[in-house]
Design a protein. Sequence first.
Lengths: 255, 255
Amino acid sequence: MGNQHEGDVRGLKEGIREFMETAPAIYMPGLSVDTVIFGFHNDKLKVLLLRFANTPYFVLPGGFIKKEENLDDAALRILQERTGLQDIYLEQFYTSGNTSRSKETVAKEELQKIIGKAQWSNWFDQRFVSVCYYALIDDTKVKPETEIFFTEFKWFDVNKLPKLLYDHDLIIKKALSRLQSDLDKKLVGFNLMSETFTMGQLQKLYEAVYQKKFVRTNFQRKLLSLNVLERLEKQYTGKAHKAPFLYRFVTGSNE
Amino acid sequence: MGNQHEGDVRGLKEGIREFMETAPAIYMPGLSVDTVIFGFHNDKLKVLLLRFANTPYFVLPGGFIKKEENLDDAALRILQERTGLQDIYLEQFYTSGNTSRSKETVAKEELQKIIGKAQWSNWFDQRFVSVCYYALIDDTKVKPETEIFFTEFKWFDVNKLPKLLYDHDLIIKKALSRLQSDLDKKLVGFNLMSETFTMGQLQKLYEAVYQKKFVRTNFQRKLLSLNVLERLEKQYTGKAHKAPFLYRFVTGSNE
DNA sequence: CCTATATTGTATCACTTTGATACAATAATA
DNA sequence: TATTATTGTATCAAAGTGATACAATATAGG
């Protein structure tokens, strides 16, 4: 699932140095975008995180906003660069701007270890305000791309997160909370599923998002009453029980 | 309700020039805060807007973020400067960052008319990303303060807005939409009312926010069932009918 | 091949919530 | 003192929800 970046130290060093040199001319100062990428597998809700250099710390995939780029386009571009996906369900949910979040020093120290203090340019010394988006993706289609700074891409259970830099743990909490209300209102869940699915799989998704159990028969009645599911022919699961129907979300009624 | 600013042209000109000179040293570049201030009177939901210079255009009260200031604190400070209120219910709901919003030229042209092109500094030529908050206030307590640039402070019915600069009309729409979902979930409505109120007044508020009528008896049953209202003694309205009870929101159960 | 097992699809019952209507109570007015 | 406008409460039917029962059926194991 993770994906080791295998540039040599020379290339990494040069890459970081070049980024810090060129960034001020390309990107808006003091502004960043962070994305909480949700996926769903093994009946668990997962978040895609990046390991920061060779530390035990992880961060949200993020990036900066080009000077002539729309905010939403920046978020989309950052996601495409990281996941390789084209059509991504994306929702802005929060902008984080406490000054304390810039006090984090682990990232700076690690970067300085790699490139040497003399090469330090002040791009990362800025105080950043970060606009946060969450994305829902069918993770069977993702090919995460690591990048300079980040040595590993990894899915984490939303309940078993690693150590995170900055206020990224808070941001993930807010993203989940927002996903919960959106799932009710806008039926965005299908973005996390493959094209077709059984009622059981859908229920597992809802249980993972809301972190609670639902009574099977009532859940089924409820979702069918929404008239957003199209029932297909039966599934041949190979499991030792009655084969469940397959469903597909009907687009058009929502979004 | 409005409040004419009566500085002479000389002072206005000097004020604007000075602001543009000093702003880059004080505030984060490319970032602003806009606030949608909701009030409730005459059974109507109102928004507080500022007339831009002597144009027919209005804008949302806004401002900039000091370099070492938390984002939420900036929003609070801007509101306090404008309304004179200390404890304000404030909710961040959206960050607006399309490049097209900076294409607005009315504001720039008007400012240049006042101070002369020679005096122009490039603070307002920047592309701004704006973090938007909405505020709920008991407007009987407000004393709006005008400021350089802005000649008049005025309440507008949320359904009868004047011409607005930038994308401020879109921002107000989003604010209302967010207020509607928050009112359901978090019972924030009391921030728009005076300390005590009748069930009829409360219903009018809900009707103004949701822009639809409710059946009186069912509305009453519903709100009483939430256990957030404390019933006081009767009200002596002087109206020619049975005197309604007065209620107060009980704090603690919400927020 | 036949039966056991696990899980699915549907029905049903009791209970709660919601929409709509009826009606008695009452403060000011004429 | 009766009238008027509005309020507080009750009630009935319809819709929605939680809990349970049960028949259907694809595979596994003998």
